[in-house]
Ligand binder design. Structure first.
Ligand code: PLP
Ligand SMILES: N[C@@H](CCOP(=O)(O)O)C(=O)O
Length: 464
């Protein structure tokens, strides 16, 4: 399979090379030139598969130029063996035809583990084959960072640099990143917000003049195609468990960088009957505003009770735009050139196509607390603030005849203060493997929001 850039000017890559990059050289994001598609009969035949077996069916067409089916099977079995629940992604019913898909049973308690445990193993294999050493760079609003560190820490050929916004992630999230010991692990607390961290990562792909020239640079954010690919699998898994493909299902997805819900859109394009995809945002509602007005504008980022979704530059939206603009890379490049100085006004056709695919809803902090409390009191279900945003949107958009599945993206124990603000009088305990998290020693450096400073830090800390 070939991967092409959404801005039309970068060279097409195979899977191995797309895995080993981040942004395309023209500033775009890589997408497959053609998606695999599965028949209803084929999807139906997957009903009895384990999560890892299902993942192999879905992922293999994307990676077959780089991994044999046997290699992939082994890597996937190893990847999902580290999850703490036998179902890997269990479904919990919270109301008639309303479900949550729990994606927080991996090592770092968020949905990021699904892709980053796999990404670490794929990178490890490819780097050993090539006998190469790389630098990994990631921006995190709290969850990607620890999942990336956990997924890649065993790889001997990697130096990992994670940028988080100083004092803007929860204490548990910060500790999960900064207490992992390893000479090749570097946590940078940037004086800025998540958008600043993500901009530094993207800018580094555009200008890496301050970094060692002999090291590859790989992104661990969802700008890396491999992240999205791995996230497609759980949409199939969830739908199969409630009667798909013989029955359409809907999904409500707490959304920030648009990676997770974009994976749901791809599952639909690949043949999974999906009725609705609901974009659920917090008060950083750039996507909801865009859905309602047809205008994509910059907004200032506000800290919320769902810090992982405090994002106003929603990177993967570009991948959707590429499709709704008939895969016209030049048009997408023009739109983003324009976005540097003014808001983007989408064409009527593009908006009609987007609205036919997605609904959207914004949930305030007060509504988030109310939903956490309601779920606890009505069904003894403890949701983290991000998942609660998804459930609040699902309740509005769900139709009685269609199973509505909310992606529960993180474990409540990551956000004890939000749980307290919701009026619940207990702190959700951390799972056993993290029980002593607050006794572990932390290591991180506070750094200015400045590209040259960040690249100088990386150069000074990269292993020789
Ligand atoms: C817990 C949690 N929920 C939801 C999201 C939003 O996912 P996405 O950025 O893929 O839209 C994130 C971060 O990305 C997250 O960490
Ligand atoms: N919510 C993420 C932010 C970045 O999203 P990604 O999926 O593009 O890595 C986080 O918690 O770090």
């Amino acid at each position: 399979m070939k991967y092409i850039s959404t801005r039309g000017k970068a060279p097409a890559l195979n899977f191995e090379d797309v895995l080993l990059t981040g942004l395309a050289s023209d500033g775009g994001l890589y997408v497959p030139d053609q998606l695999p598609s599965f028949s209803q009969e084929q999807i139906r035949s997957w009903r009895s598969l384990s999560y890892a077996e299902l993942a192999a069916e879905i992922v293999y067409p994307f990676v077959e130029d780089t991994f044999s089916r046997e290699e992939l099977d082994t890597i996937l079995a190893d990847t999902y063996a580290v999850f703490r629940h036998d179902a890997i992604a269990p479904m919990v019913q919270i109301a008639p035809n309303q479900w949550v898909l729990e994606l927080f049973h991996g090592p770092t308690l968020a949905f990021k583990d699904f892709a980053l445990q796999l990404l670490g193993r794929l990178l490890d294999e490819v780097l050993k084959r090539r006998d190469e050493r790389i630098m990994i760079m990631g921006a995190t609003s709290g969850d990607t960072g620890s999942a990336a560190i956990e997924g890649c820490k065993r790889c001997s050929n990697i130096d990992i640099f994670i940028l988080h916004p100083y004092q803007r992630v929860s204490d548990v999230q910060r500790k999960q990143m900064t207490t992992v010991v390893g000479e090749n692990i570097h946590n940078l607390a940037v004086r800025g917000n998540f958008d600043d961290c993500q901009a530094l990562v993207k800018a580094t792909f555009g200008d890496r003049s301050g970094l060692p020239a002999d090291r590859g640079l790989v992104a661990v954010n969802s700008i890396n195609w491999a992240r999205i690919m791995a996230q497609i699998v759980y949409y199939f898994y969830a739908a199969l468990s409630v009667g798909g493909p013989d029955r359409a299902v809907s999904f409500s997805v707490p959304t920030g960088n648009f990676g997770d819900i974009f994976a749901g859109y791809l599952a639909k394009q690949m043949g999974l009957p999906v009725e609705q995809l609901v974009i659920a945002t917090n008060k950083n509602d750039v996507l909801h505003k865009m859905m309602t007005t047809g205008v994509y504008d910059k907004m200032s980022l506000e800290a919320s009770l769902s810090p992982s979704m405090d994002i106003t530059v929603s990177s993967n939206f570009e991948r959707l735009l590429f499709d709704v603009y008939d895969r016209d890379g030049a048009a997408i490049a023009d739109l983003f050139e324009q976005f540097k100085t003014e808001p983007i006004h989408f064409s009527e056709t593009a908006m009609a196509r987007t609205r036919a695919l997605f609904a959207s809803h914004r949930v305030s902090d007060d509504e988030t607390c109310a939903e956490v409390a309601r779920l606890w009191h009505d069904c003894q279900y403890l949701a983290d603030p991000h998942s609660a945003i998804g459930v609040a949107a699902a309740r509005l958009y769900g139709k009685p005849e269609t199973p509505m599945i909310t992606l529960a993206t993180a474990h409540a124990a990551k956000f004890p203060s939000a749980i307290a603000q919701a009026g619940l009088d207990f702190a959700p305990p951390l799972p056993e493997h993290l029980a002593d998290l607050f006794e572990r020693e932390e290591r991180f450096d506070v750094i200015d929001n400045d590209l040259a400073t960040v690249q100088a830090y990386m150069s000074a800390h990269v292993a020789s």
